[in-house]
Design a protein around this ligand. Structure first.
Ligand SMILES: NC(=O)c1ccc[n+]([C@@H]2O[C@H](COP(=O)([O-])OP(=O)(O)OC[C@H]3O[C@@H](n4cnc5c(N)ncnc54)[C@H](OP(=O)(O)O)[C@@H]3O)[C@@H](O)[C@H]2O)c1
Length: 323
């Protein structure tokens, strides 16, 4: 088969489509003939040599894919050759074939290619917004990077769960994000999100903050929290080391959490996939949460897709189609 390999760490042009050995399914895994994969921010870091795959994972990039099952490994139940599936991976999605954990059917009403846009964002957002921060109906959710793959999903899930959703994004993306269910949009380049959140909540603040910036937003995120608020950091685009004012946090009885999906133990990932299948897939099938796809490019144009994601001009996901 062919896969995108990273010849050496570097810019988008190090991504090379070339012949590699076929994957073998391990226990609980199936082999999928990949129809599409998606570009995630983490792939850019992996390409640059800053985010190596966890031990045992494929060396090729690609944290998710969709396709058709072509073989099953030992201990696989409920999935057959010919089934259409999508999957959350620790690597290896940028390929003609991938060995993937069995577990996620393509939701009814979603095209097989477009289903590749769902696993990573659904599992990341659900595990943080529902499992970690326990967002409740009537609460206010602040989503940073509302136009990202993660952000476009978080806006929709937050709205579907009955929250008021505030999102930060550059102004050009606001209209699209309003259509997805954001109640208030903050142009973080021109406006102070702490002030805007306070204004929108009569001074209360956000109950939950889903953050992708890390250090550069830490102080302001705590300032934006309501009493009993929960901040969960999932990205470090603004740096990894920040200063936390514990006094500000404890007077609010606030919580700061941080998680990474890719390196979680298999058992935790399986539980998240089950939760997503039970709680998120029905929302997708009802049309209340949809894959948001900026564009679909052939996998041979992976370098171009990485340039696009690096530019941050996309809204939602950039897909790479195979075959
Ligand atoms: N921990 C985990 O398990 C996990 C899993 C998946 C993703 N992530 C993280 O989640 C983040 C989003 O991932 P993705 O693949 O969906 O990203 P993406 O589509 O590449 O989007 C990145 C976004 O960052 C936004 N951004 C840049 N500077 C900003 C700022 N100062 N304030 C607010 N937004 C800003 C950009 O929006 P504008 O165009 O509006 O600037 C852009 O939409 C990444 O940091 C990624 O590493 C974490």
């Amino acid at each position: 088969m062919r896969a995108i390999t990273i010849a050496e760490p570097g810019g988008p042009d190090v991504l090379t489509w070339c012949e590699v050995p076929d994957p073998q399914p391990g226990p609980g895994e199936v082999v999928v003939d990949v129809r599409a994969t998606a570009v995630n921010r983490a792939d850019l870091l992996q390409r640059q040599g800053h985010y190596p795959p966890p031990p045992g994972a494929s060396a090729y990039p690609g944290l998710e894919c969709s396709g058709v099952v072509s073989a099953t490994g030992p201990d696989v139940a409920g999935v057959r050759v010919g089934d259409q599936v999508c999957a959350l991976l620790a690597g290896g999605g940028y390929a003609e074939r991938a060995a993937v954990p069995a577990g996620l059917p393509v939701p009814a009403g979603v095209d097989l290619v477009d289903a590749a846009a769902l696993p990573e964002v659904a599992c990341t957002v659900w595990s943080n917004v529902v499992q970690v921060t326990r967002l409740a109906a009537g609460e206010t959710l602040l989503v940073h990077g509302g136009g990202s793959g993660i952000g476009t999903f978080a806006i929709q899930l937050g709205a579907a769960l009955g929250a008021t959703v505030v999102a930060t994004a550059r102004a050009a993306k606001h209209e699209r994000l309003r259509e997805l269910g954001a109640d208030l949009l903050v142009d973080y380049r021109e406006q102070d999100f702490v002030e805007e959140v306070r204004r929108a909540t009569d001074g209360r603040g956000a109950d939950v903050v889903l953050d992708i910036m890390g250090a550069s937003y830490l102080g302001r995120n705590v300032a934006a929290l309501a009493a009993d608020g929960r901040l969960v950091v999932i990205g470090m685009q603004g740096g990894r080391k920040g200063e936390l004012d514990l006094g500000a946090l404890l007077t609010k009885r606030g919580t700061v959490a941080a998680t990474a999906l890719r390196s979680r133990p298999l058992g935790q990932k399986a539980a998240i996939v089950r939760g997503v299948r039970e709680q998120v897939w029905p929302l997708v099938e009802a049309g209340r949460v949809r894959p948001v796809i900026d564009r679909r490019l052939p996998i041979t144009e992976a370098a171009q897709a990485h340039r696009l994601v690096e530019s941050n001009e996309h809204v939602g996901k950039v897909l790479l189609t195979v075959g």
